[in-house]
Design a protein around this ligand. Structure first.
Ligand code: GLC
Length: 520
């Protein structure tokens, strides 16, 4: 029997809650704001909303420093607001995924306050305390160890010192954290995106990491060492399977893991007999150079490496990486959209991609992200991709009535939902159409993928299901090209100006142009 898990043909839309819609004029987005915009998401055509952390937090890392896993941050609203949002999400036939941040808590979490209060506190061992630090480095710069004056030991923090790492080898930690998952699952949340899944377990002997021979100046200081002992440890897979088991207590929910690892290692997170993460996030498109041979290689390598029965997934952007339109340019952003929606599996997009939203240059006095503050000027900052969603052309873009927590993009008077909705050939119109085609053609979500190749600057591949075949061709280069095609008709072109045109033998592709061609 076919496995019909809902998440297999889902298109996940990441909402960064601080930047989506403010409903109370404090310049920061909130839950009621998201609720007000649900009909926009329905009309766009996505089906699953993933909301980045909304829990109580001192916001040292903008919510990825959790002080209570079962609460709602008053910046975002109340638990009643959350319940109402979830109800409205489900009423519309959408699903909701929450972020779960298991590697570390806030240093203000009551567990850590207890843990650091004395060496013999029962929660001392909930975190990783040592008499001496080893050489491990923080992802946000500097040592991963902080000395605690009062108790004269060091604690581990893979990120900020305000984000102490939990000790997942301690069964009590596991119980408490799994109960937090159950709290939200009982409310009806449809799954979790698990933060830094591959970092959760560290070497039990705390061995030093070896130097990275490939390190060069200009990289973040974490890159000086190879993360052999503080990441991707063998014991992680048992833990992920247990976490999956918690979700399975509640039926068909989805476990997505944030994992930045090379493809072969990534695949191990599907787990033995696929008992691990349903979807280890596939970030290959966030990192690969934008040219036909590289993209073709990435697609082929990923599919070759997928374990039997494992479900693929593709991601175009998130709150930690430069926006796709800035990375590849406005023209190619349309090809990127066509690529995403024509690849097999579960898809994830980031709010604003449907507007061709770009990174916004942040003046030094406006910098918020600790990653930039700690290591300025080398591109570590993530504020540029976290700026408010532009809803209309008014001075505050319909996002807020107050002062936005990050500046709006300079083009928001043209690049906004209201304006792009009126333009039948806009990138927004393209996203909307691609989302509808994804639903209409079974070949796209779970048909076969074949003949992935690069011919010069043209990337091409075939999707099939039954007697239907869809040929995708896209010009990733900067010059027009002529390319071979089978006889058929264009279902959609990235310019939204050739739909319905019949082609046969060969056709011209403008720079940045992509076509989906249906043949029988
Ligand atoms: C993940 C999050 C990122 C956060 C980090 C620490 O990578 O996506 O935003 O800073 O974990 O929690």
């Amino acid at each position: 029997m076919q496995d019909l898990s809902w998440w297999k043909d889902a298109v996940v839309y990441e909402v960064y809650p601080r930047s989506f819609q403010d409903s109370n004029g404090d310049g920061i987005g909130d839950l009621n704001g998201i609720r007000e915009r649900l009909d926009y998401l329905v009309d766009l055509g996505i089906d699953t909303v993933w909301i980045s952390p909304i829990y109580p937090s001192p916001m040292a890392d903008f919510g990825y420093d959790v002080a209570d896993y079962c609460g709602i941050n008053s910046i975002f609203g109340t638990m009643q607001d959350f319940d109402r949002l979830l109800e409205e999400v489900h009423k519309r036939g959408l699903r909701m995924i929450l972020d779960f941040v298991p590697n570390h808590t806030s240093d203000q979490h009551p567990w850590f306050l207890e843990s650091r209060s004395s060496r013999d506190n029962p929660k001392r061992d909930w975190y990783l305390w040592r008499d001496q630090p080893n050489n491990w480095l923080s992802h946000f710069g500097g040592s991963a160890w902080e000395f605690d004056q009062k108790t004269q030991q060091y604690y581990l923090h893979e990120f900020l010192k305000e984000q102490p790492d939990l000790n997942w080898r301690n069964p009590a930690v596991k119980t408490a954290m799994f109960d937090a998952l159950r709290f939200w699952l009982r409310k009806g949340v449809d799954g979790f995106r698990v933060d830094v899944m591959w970092l959760m377990i560290k070497d039990d002997q705390f061995r030093d990491n070896p130097p990275n021979p490939g390190y060069h100046l200009g990289q973040g200081s974490k890159e000086r060492l190879l993360p052999i002992y503080d990441a991707d440890r063998p014991e992680i897979h048992g833990l992920v399977a247990e976490m999956r088991g918690v979700l399975e207590e509640f039926g068909d929910r989805v476990l997505i893991g944030e994992i930045y690892l090379p493809v072969q290692q990534l695949m191990s997170y599907y787990g033995k007999d696929l008992t691990g993460a349903n979807l280890p996030f596939n970030f290959q498109l966030l990192q690969c150079p934008w040219n036909a041979p590289d993209v073709a290689q990435v697609i082929a390598d990923y599919h070759d490496a997928l374990p039997d029965g494992a479900w693929p997934n593709w991601v175009l952007g998130n709150h930690d990486k430069p926006r796709i339109a800035s990375r590849v340019g406005a023209h190619q952003a349309r090809n990127a959209a066509m690529l995403l929606f024509t690849l097999p599996g579960t898809l994830t997009m980031y709010y604003g991609e449907e507007l061709g939203m770009c990174d916004v240059k942040i003046a030094p006095e406006d910098v918020q992200d600790p990653a930039e503050k700690n290591q300025p000027g080398i591109g570590m900052g993530r504020d540029p991709e976290r700026t408010p969603m532009p809803w209309d052309g008014s001075p505050l873009a319909g996002f807020t009535t107050g002062k936005p927590w990050l500046p709006l993009g300079p083009e928001h008077d043209q690049c906004n939902v209201e304006a792009l909705r009126k333009d039948a050939t806009s990138i927004y119109a393209l996203y909307r159409k691609l989302l509808r085609l994804r639903r209409k053609h079974p070949a796209l979500a779970n048909g076969t993928l074949a003949d992935v190749k690069a011919e010069g600057h043209v990337l091409r591949f075939l999707r099939g299901s039954g007697d239907k075949a869809l040929l995708i061709v896209m010009n990733l280069g900067h010059e027009p090209v002529r390319t071979d095609v089978d006889a058929g008709s264009i279902v959609v072109s990235t310019g939204m100006d050739r739909d319905g045109e019949r082609v046969s033998g060969s056709t011209d592709l403008k720079s940045g142009e992509g076509l989906m061609i249906e043949s029988r």
